[in-house]
Write a protein that binds this ligand. Structure first.
Ligand code: HEC
Ligand code: HEC
Ligand code: HEC
Ligand code: HEC
Length: 152
């Protein structure tokens, strides 16, 4: 056999050995137990504590606010959308009270052609300028009662 073919086969052999070797070395232990994935990933994910608890959890301690909130149109916007994920609250401290309401509320209410018409929209610069939205609106019962109509 010509020399250069022998060298080619030898270097190919080295590459194959390297591939087999690194596969044995770097594949996680539980890979392939159930299928083409790392079996230990399943209990790892299952043991994670959820960061978002949902409004029913808040009701346990903030029942009055929960009652106001659920009776109004923001009852569809979950508490943690505005206050952030509860995690281990209250053990880990208070949840933040959003301070920049112009930014927070505009995320959902700034008028955009692509938004569903059912979602109330305003042009913030014409509606209230740079004023904080909570100067006039209660975030948990956003309709301004004095403007007439029902409080819903
Ligand atoms: C086990 C009772 C408990 C649960 C459940 C609970 N909280 Fe609290 N929360 C507290 C306590 C206690 C405080 C601290 C009150 C204080 O020091 O004035 C607090 C404070 C807060 C504050 C800050 C109030 C302030 O004046 O600074 C916010 C906002 C808040 N909670 C939101 C939530 C939300 C949203 C949920 C649901 C995801 C929730 N909490 C669930 C007990 C609870
Ligand atoms: C649309 C956003 C939004 C949602 C939804 C929302 N909040 Fe709030 N929350 C705010 C804002 C903004 C403030 C600050 C109000 C202020 O300073 O007058 C606040 C204030 C609070 C406070 C502190 C009140 C105080 O005066 O000390 C608590 C507690 C609280 N919210 C709990 C809740 C709970 C519980 C829910 C769900 C049942 C909820 N929030 C839903 C925006 C929201
Ligand atoms: C995550 C999106 C979201 C955020 C953030 C949000 N809203 Fe809303 N808001 C909604 C939706 C959705 C509705 C309409 C719910 C429905 O269809 O009944 C609504 C309704 C309203 C209404 C109409 C109430 C009525 O009864 O006609 C006002 C006013 C309002 N929001 C003000 C605010 C203010 C002020 C803030 C900030 C403190 C805020 N929103 C933050 C989604 C949001
Ligand atoms: C100076 C007072 C004032 C401020 C500040 C203010 N609003 Fe309003 N807003 C009103 C009044 C009055 C209405 C009409 C009465 C009602 O439906 O609550 C209204 C209505 C709305 C509506 C309902 C529109 C509709 O078509 O049904 C939305 C949404 C809204 N405001 C969002 C906001 C947001 C977001 C901010 C902050 C960027 C804000 N508002 C700041 C006074 C104010």
């Amino acid at each position: 056999m010509p020399k250069h073919i022998v060298r080619l086969i030898m270097s190919l052999g080295i590459v194959i050995l390297l591939v087999i070797g690194s596969k044995a070395l770097f594949t996680a232990d539980s890979f392939g137990v159930y299928g083409h994935y790392r079996a230990n990933a399943v209990p790892e994910i299952a043991s994670d504590t959820p960061k978002y608890k949902g409004p029913d959890y808040c009701q346990l301690c903030h029942s009055e606010r929960h009652a106001t909130w659920s009776a109004h149109r923001h009852g569809k916007v979950k508490c943690e959308v505005c206050h952030g994920p509860a995690g281990e609250h209250p053990a880990t401290g208070k949840l933040p009270i959003p301070s920049d309401t112009v930014k927070l509320c505009s995320t959902c209410h700034e008028a955009m052609p692509a938004r569903p018409a059912a979602q109330p929209q305003i042009v913030v610069s014409q509606h209230s300028g740079t004023q904080a939205c909570i100067a006039c609106h209660n975030p948990h019962a956003p309709r301004i009662a004095s403007s007439g109509g029902s409080d819903r």
